[in-house]
Design a protein around this ligand. Structure first.
Ligand SMILES: [Zn+2]
Ligand SMILES: [Zn+2]
Length: 222
């Protein structure tokens, strides 16, 4: 069932946490003219995601960038299809890019889902600790937060006077097959707490509102 939920005047949740698709959350960002997606789900829910976007009144063709927060299949499996449908450019950190580009079913964990990882072009690679992107009037900052995977990122932006943090796999897990690094993960969690966000949009735990709740949620994994 298509289901889309408004989080702020610029942000919707357009997919994810559906037991049938095994998608991580997909967030839609828009200034009303230009748009972006954060993550793409596994690919099993692509039709539903596109329908959800249309249900907001936003034209999928307005999507300029698809941010991939890290290489894992529940976040990236649908990226090649969404890239084709929308003509958007994919953006991810260089340390996770090759796994997505080469369709590495082990490191992306596609094999955990009994699936293959489609070979997916990465159009823009993040190479530094932080990089700023513009979607129309909106400014989105990507921060390198390694640990869960080598090239994990989180993103921040302002909306309705609030600081929004997109931290898709704040909860981990840490696993050798995922090339995780526990020390870097802890360091990244501490960094996320310093961002002092008002709202955390998570990949598997939904939307957490309030500075205290966001901080407590991140802290619970330290
Ligand atoms: Zn992950
Ligand atoms: Zn995930």
């Amino acid at each position: 069932m298509p289901r889309v939920e408004k989080i702020t005047s610029n942000i919707y949740i357009a997919g994810g946490d559906n037991s049938a698709t095994e998608d991580a959350a997909v967030y839609l960002i828009t200034d009303g003219t230009d748009s972006a997606l954060i993550d793409s789900g596994t690919g099993r829910g692509t039709d539903m995601i596109i329908q959800n976007i249309k249900n907001t009144g936003i034209d999928p063709a307005s999507i300029k960038l698809i941010f991939l927060t890290h290489c894992h299949y529940d976040h990236t499996g649908g990226a090649s299809a969404l890239r084709e449908i929308t003509s958007a450019k994919t953006v991810m950190h260089k340390l996770d890019a090759s796994y997505v580009r080469d369709g590495d079913a082990e490191t992306t964990a596609a094999s955990w889902y009994g699936s293959i990882m489609p070979e997916t072009p990465v159009d823009i690679m993040i190479k530094s600790d932080s990089e700023i992107f513009r979607i129309g009037e909106l400014e989105i900052t990507a921060w390198h937060t390694p640990g869960h995977s080598p090239g994990s990122i989180v993103l921040t932006m302002m909306s309705d006077g609030m600081k929004i943090l997109f931290g898709q796999d704040v909860h981990g897990p840490i696993h050798p097959a995922l090339k995780s690094d526990k020390e870097k993960y802890k360091h990244s969690l501490e960094f996320m707490m310093t961002l002092n966000a008002d709202i955390l949009c998570e990949g598997h735990y939904g939307v957490i509102r309030g500075k205290d709740h966001v901080r407590d949620f991140i802290k619970s994994f330290l």
